[in-house]
Design a protein around this ligand. Structure first.
Ligand SMILES: NC(=O)c1ccc[n+]([C@@H]2O[C@H](COP(=O)([O-])OP(=O)(O)OC[C@H]3O[C@@H](n4cnc5c(N)ncnc54)[C@H](OP(=O)(O)O)[C@@H]3O)[C@@H](O)[C@H]2O)c1
Length: 337
């Protein structure tokens, strides 16, 4: 099988290489082997490759999500069957053509879910569900406050899912993007949802006007650094700063007395912890993701598809500013679809 591998952590364009390997071990009890057809390149995959620069990995294959066809079965894997189309998350090594997956994290796909939507239907929607629980169920912050929510990096794949979900909660979201082009694109997709570009010199006043002295219950941030700190003062006492990304790569310096005096809750959210959630929560999240892939695939937007062998072009595309949607890596068998 072909696979993308890295022997050291570092810049993805420098450390990754295409490799040939055997198709992999037979599945153990509770596992299935999947012939992977399509997998996304997520920002988190790139962070996992970068890691601590120059540290050896022992030949790591990146990627945790994708879709494909069940190829071999271990014992005790329920109703999963050979030949079945499935999506999977979390499974290490999705950037190879075969993975061994824990059957608990394999989702059978109905025929009306396209391969491309299926390949990215889990990580981002599950992240959004975890963020929504942090916003609406409190988690230490103020649940039940009726004010608006502010989100940063709103044009990202996760940001669009958050926007859509907040609107279904009948709540208001004020969305921040970093460019005029991003604001125009967002306004076209979500007419009537306030969007502000932080490239405008007066963006702070515009946001304050939108908030209009109402209690802001949560700031949902994927940028880190100074931006969320600029928004902290708008949070209602007891409100939550929810951090789920670090797109700026900058550390946050949080004014301690603001947290203390106004009892602000700073909360991280990581999909890396999803597998440990109770079974019924995971089952509801998976059902939601499947329904989303079936009925609103436009919320799982694809930027471009590249064959595994063209991974360098794929990486370049995935790191391009202004790109909309997620870049996919495909196996040869998918090309015929
Ligand atoms: N915590 C978790 O479990 C979890 C799970 C999934 C994703 N994430 C994180 O969520 C974030 C979004 O992921 P995604 O896949 O949705 O992203 P994406 O579709 O790749 O989009 C990235 C977006 O971020 C914007 N952006 C990039 N750098 C920025 C900066 N320095 N300041 C402001 N905006 C910036 C881009 O704006 P332009 O259009 O202007 O380039 C683009 O809209 C990432 O940080 C990712 O690591 C976290």
């Amino acid at each position: 099988m072909r696979r993308i591998v890295h022997d050291f952590h570092g810049e993805p364009g420098e450390v990754l290489r295409l490799d040939e390997a055997a198709a992999g071990d037979d599945p153990a009890a509770g596992q299935v082997r999947i012939r992977v057809l399509v997998r996304p390149i997520h920002p988190g995959d790139l962070l996992g490759i970068i890691g601590q620069a120059n540290e050896p990995t022992g030949g790591r294959v990146p990627g945790h999500e994708g879709m494909g066809v069940v190829d071999a079965l271990g014992n005790d894997v329920g109703t999963l069957a050979i030949g079945q189309r499935v999506a999977f998350y979390p499974v290490q090594g999705a950037w190879g053509e075969f993975v061994l997956a824990d059957a608990r994290f394999v989702v059978p796909l109905p025929d009306d879910v396209e391969d491309t939507a299926a390949s990215l239907m889990l990580v981002n929607p599950l992240t959004m569900r975890m963020i929504m629980r942090a916003v609406f169920e409190g988690g230490g912050g103020q649940a039940g406050v009726d004010g608006p929510i502010i989100q940063t990096a709103a044009g990202s794949s996760v940001g669009k899912l958050i926007t859509s979900a907040i609107r279904t909660h009948d709540a208001e979201v004020i969305s921040l993007v970093r460019s005029e082009a991003g604001a125009l694109d967002f306004a076209e997709r979500f007419p009537g949802t306030p969007v502000v570009s932080t490239s405008d010199t007066d963006w702070r006043e515009v946001v304050r006007k939108q908030v209009d002295d109402r209690p802001v219950r949560a700031v949902v941030d994927a940028v880190g650094g100074e931006l969320p700190m600029e928004l902290l003062g708008l949070l209602t006492p007891g409100g939550s700063l929810i951090e789920y990304g670090s797109l700026s790569g900058q550390a946050m310096t949080v004014p301690t007395l603001d947290l203390v005096g106004r009892e602000i809750v700073v909360r991280g959210v990581s999909v890396g912890r999803w597998a440990g959630l109770p079974d019924p929560v995971r089952a509801a999240d998976t059902e939601f993701a499947l329904e989303l892939a079936r009925s609103q695939p436009e919320l799982l937007e694809v930027a471009a598809e590249f064959d595994l062998a063209d991974f360098r072009q794929a990486l370049e595309h995935a790191q391009r500013p202004g790109r909309v949607g997620t870049v996919l890596l495909t196996s040869r068998e998918h090309a015929g679809n």
